[in-house]
Design a protein around this ligand. Sequence first.
Ligand SMILES: [Zn+2]
Length: 331
Amino acid sequence: MNDYEYKQLRQRAIDCNMVEVCGRLGIELGPRGRWRECRCPNPQHEDRDPSFKVNVNTNRFKCFSCGVRGNNIDLVQMVHGCSYSEAISFILGNSVSYVPYSKPLPEKSQKNDVDIQWLRGLVSAREYYRCLSPWAQEFLKERRISPNLIDRLGIVSIDRPVATQRQKLTSSKGKLYTPMFPAPSLLFPYRDENGIVINVQARLHTRKEGQQRFHFPVGSHTSLFNPRVTLTLPDGADLWLCEGVTDALALMTSGRPTLAIASATSLTREASDFIAAQATRLHLHIYPDNDSPGEALYQKLLALCPNIRRHTLPDGIKDFGQAWAQGIELS
Ligand SMILES: [Zn+2]
């Protein structure tokens, strides 16, 4: 697609009827008139009154309380926390196939709009000041996660949403921005095999309805947590696989060398190849979660590594982390 075609799609997205776009976003607008109103859908604004208004003549929205305003694309970006192209794609429907975001991103080269230097600065500064709020300490303690491990991995917490300077500048001009991470969250640095931070994932501690638990910065994704563990293991050693960082923390605290998969549904080709390569020299183990996504991940890994050894959790225990938190002895 050339620039001209892209501009045309962009204009079509802007020209779509905003009332209809609101409907598809689940935003219920008040009765007819020039201004249609409702409570503000900005995730950063807890609006008690209907301050959010759509002007049906200009096809633009404005919140008279928090000040957000814009066109259809701004609206979808605000509500979904997605990229510009994703917003256009959402508005025009799934038939639009040009959108680049659907391609899996390469593991090491982050997309340009994720400021990796800024992310490194964020986690290293918070690590330096040992920013781990009481709720975060309590959460990790309840799960019996080793304090040394938390230190070593550089896990920190944030109590307020954080945004880059560039994002803040855009917001002071009255434009929308999506913070890098919602809060309160734990921040997990993802490192490559050399220990360099290549991404950061937030685990939202308290969620509003419909909010996801785990967040990478918009436009980025990293499949594997702790790949460098494989460099420390001699041939024939045991390596544990699991889904998600919280289970990985429990496995690692228990003394099991662990490689975690950020999410089973978005395993990249590169990450799959990496896991398959480990299976040729290490003994792979897994405690699949006691649910259907857990079983699905196990089946996926079994296809990659036919020798992976399956271990079973006791009935009523949903994942390894829960068993570890309750002090249940596992083989
Ligand atoms: Zn608002």
